[in-house]
Every structure is written in C-alpha cells, then in structure tokens.
Design a protein around this ligand. Sequence first.
Ligand code: IPE
Ligand code: IPE
Ligand code: MG
Length: 243
Amino acid sequence: MNDITSSSKVPVHVSIIMDGNGRWARERGQERVMGHFEGVESVRACTEAAVEAGVKYLSVYAFSEENWNRPDTEVSTLMELMAKCIENEIDTFMKNGVRMVVLGNRARLGAALNAAIDGCMEMTAGNSVMTLIIFLSYSGRWDILQAAQKLALEIADHPERRESLGTMDTEDFGNYLVTAGIPDPDLIIRTSGELRLSNYLLWQGAYSEFYFTDTLWPDFRKPQFRAALEDFARRERRYGKVK
Ligand code: IPE
Ligand code: IPE
Ligand code: MG
C-alpha cells in the first residue's frame, strides 16, 4: 500500500487518454502496431495499480470515433487486438474483482468484437472491487448527440412527459449519456505530451482535474500512475466557489 491509499484524496474515477503508441514504436524503428501491443501491458499495469490504490472506476479512451479515419490495416489490427485482449483478460478480471464495461458507438464494431465484449461484460457484471470502462468508438460529441436523440424519441413516444423538460437539470440529462450511473472523472490523465481533449468526455469532464505527461503510453506503468495520483492529491478543487 502506498501513502495515498490512506488519504481521502484518492480519486473515485480516474480516466486516461492513452496516447503515443505510434511514436513509441517509431522511436524503436518498429511498426505503429507494435506500440499498441505494448500499450496493452500499460492498461494491465494501470488496472492493477488502480485496484491497489482503491480507485473505484478506471476508464480508458481506447478508440475514438475519429480513429475510424486511420488506415484500414491499423483499424483492423486494433479491433482484433481489442477482441483478443478482452477475451484474455477475463480470468484476471475475475481474480481481481474487476467489472469491465465497454462504452461507445457499438453499432460500428464488428460482430466478433461485440460478442467478445458481451461475453466479458456478462461474466464480470457481478464484480465490485473496481469498474474498468473501455471507451471504444467513442466521442464526447457523439455521446451528447445520442443522449439528445434518446430524449427526443422518448418525448415523441410519451408526449405527456413534455412538460418535465422545463424542470430537467444537468443531472437528469446525464442519465441519457452512455455514462449514466458512473461518477464523472475526478482526474483525466493524457500521455505523450499532447495538450488536448480530442473529443473525449466533454460533458463529464466539466470539473475534472487534468494531468498531462510527456511519457508515451507504452511507458506509462505503475510508478507513473501512482505519480499522477500523488499529484491529484495535492490539488485543491473549488467548483467555482471561494475557499
Ligand atoms: C494512442 O496512440 C492509441 C490510439 C489512439 C488508438 P496513437 O496511435 O495515437 O499514437 P501516436 O499519437 O500516433 O504516437
Ligand atoms: C486520442 O488520441 C484518442 C485515443 C487515445 C483513443 P489521438 O491520437 O487519436 O488524438 P489526436 O488525433 O492526436 O488528437
Ligand atoms: Mg495519438
């Protein structure tokens, strides 16, 4: 146990924009996909570190809606890798009490990957030590749009609910997002030195603390994850108020 576990400053939800796999591979004269393979080890390490620290939700941005615009070979390799990893990790998830959830535009994923996801989500549904959320084919704007569409369809089907729109608050609207029931991320980490959100949790990240590091994702392991938690523990969150 490290120091931070005993403090009340452990984030409930840590989210990671895993970036820099391609550069990591290129630096070694390898194909970009080698970086993705190595990045899987970082997901494993951070999952373990998060469980050890007492984090309740760890989420990772694995593939954005915009990533569909990458070359076909990279996309298909990533999709195959995703399916394989999800299947391979089930035993570890069960051993460590990790519930796995995939969120995103699943309609764009292939049948084999969707089957692997469903299998793993069903198997791990009862685990309660930590929830690992994989954002796959996700984007923040897509999430807000699908929430608005769901809401509009609901009102069209139930016109008597129309009046409730006037009293709807942001918490109510949050229930239409794919993250319904999941607390907003306390800490969003981005690796590889890029200082942007890349269409990630636009709504949910409204009051997240940000941690940017130059470390490339395949090099981001337990010590780096713990360093981010330690940094978070020193932050003062004000939510617009005066301290
Ligand atoms: C992150 O690494 C993984 C995905 C976005 C799928 P990148 O593939 O973006 O690697 P860089 O940023 O090109 O180095
Ligand atoms: C963001 O990384 C998406 C994921 C980590 C899944 P990108 O590498 O796709 O982001 P940009 O293109 O540099 O903004
Ligand atoms: Mg990138």
